[in-house]
Ligand binder design. Structure first.
Ligand code: SAH
Ligand code: SF4
Length: 344
């Protein structure tokens, strides 16, 4: 097993069987996470990039079984922010020192391409990078967002197991999800994807496929988080994802894609109160603190136990900086684009 970790550390290549072995064997966890931490340091250094997350609407037309924002959830108070409010939050984020904002929402048709272009072009004037995470759009729509100034796009594949994906996301097609990722790449976005760990009926085999898929599509960013069952969804009685397994999937992703950006996800911290710091010491180099204000933070309830819903953006900024410096890392002052070190 130790030989396999060494192989991953040196060649950044593992086959599916090897990944499965490492995921199944818990006796090598410390070595695996430490190797991912070394590769993180070697390829992307000690800087941690902060992205200010703006959750601008919890209205969604989709019905993903795991998600609290699903259209079928009648127990949630819905909100959407007006374009001017979103621009105002972005401008406050600049005040807190963020060099990137992530605009995330459910699939809410109120935000037409024209509205998004208006929001993006105005935020762009603030001199920061913009990441968009609003789900599936056509090539033409993505193109318009890119031309308006969006730099990055996040859209998780969730799982590479086609059947599981289509069971979990009724009415959605796995082919279409992959088409989105291809189009975004072709349009020159920095492309972020990722998966949920611990979905019902998800296998270790399919998690290994997920990691290989990230490499195959040339992802620039990969976010991995445990699935956390939500009371207001059909999966309320599911077991949910395991913190350590999520960490291991993330560590293996770092070993195989050494120079990409990997966030320490909020869902990790929801399962373990030190989750993001542990993730930063196991391969991650990005954190996405919330810059959404007031009650909207609570209402953007993808899953329960979401951290910091009572805190202000200013508090979050100070808190995360303290945590990062406490482990000997530094908050980056750059926009944090992927710095390619290797061509695969
Ligand atoms: N609507 C967009 C963006 C918002 S959802 C989209 O779906 O792409 C952002 C991410 O939240 C999803 O990709 C999913 O991986 C995650 N998520 C949703 N429900 C979750 C849950 N119950 N536990 C953990 N993560 C969840
Ligand atoms: Fe909507 Fe995204 Fe939640 Fe699916 S995961 S229901 S698309 S917000």
């Amino acid at each position: 097993m130790i030989e396999l970790i060494k192989k991953a550390e040196i060649t950044h290549e593992l086959d599916k069987e090897e990944i499965v072995k490492l995921l199944e064997d818990d006796s090598i966890n410390d070595e695996l996470l430490a190797a991912a931490d070394r590769i993180r340091k070697k390829y992307v250094g000690d800087e941690v990039h902060l992205r200010g997350l703006i959750e601008f609407s919890n209205i969604c037309k989709r019905n993903c079984l795991y998600c609290g924002l699903r259209a079928g959830n009648k127990n949630i108070k819905r909100y959407r922010l007006e374009p001017e409010e979103i621009i105002e939050l972005a401008s406050k984020a600049v005040g807190y020192g963020y060099k990137t904002v992530v605009l995330q929402s459910g699939e809410d048709e109120y935000y037409t391409v024209d509205r998004m272009k208006y929001i993006i072009s105005n935020i762009k004037k603030l001199g920061i990078a913009i990441t968009i995470s609003i789900g599936e759009k056509t090539f033409e729509e993505y193109k318009a967002l890119k031309e308006a100034g969006a730099d990055r796009y996040l859209i998780r594949i969730e799982t590479t197991d086609k059947k599981l994906y289509e069971d979990m996301d009724p009415g959605m097609s796995h082919e279409e999800r992959k088409r989105c990722l291809r189009d975004l790449k072709e349009l020159g976005f920095e492309v972020g994807s990722g998966c949920l760990v611990g979905l019902p009926n998800q296998t270790i085999d399919s998690l290994a496929d997920d990691i290989l898929f990230f490499k195959e599509i040339g992802a620039d960013m990969i976010g991995i988080g445990p699935f956390i069952p939500n009371e207001d969804t059909p999966l309320k009685d599911a077991t949910g994802g395991d913190f350590t397994l999520s960490l291991k999937v993330m560590a293996l992703t770092r070993l195989l894609l050494p120079d990409i950006n990997i966030p320490a996800t909020t869902a990790m911290e929801s399962l373990n109160k030190n989750g993001r710091i542990i993730a930063l010491e196991s391969g991650a180099n990005v954190v996405m603190p919330n810059v959404t204000e007031g009650e909207y933070r609570k209402l953007y309830a993808l899953y329960p136990g979401k951290i910091c819903t009572g805190d202000t953006p200013a508090h979050c900024r100070g808190c995360i900086t303290g945590k990062i410096t406490s482990i000997g890392r530094v908050v980056s002052t750059s926009k944090g684009f992927r710095n390619r070190k290797l061509e695969f």
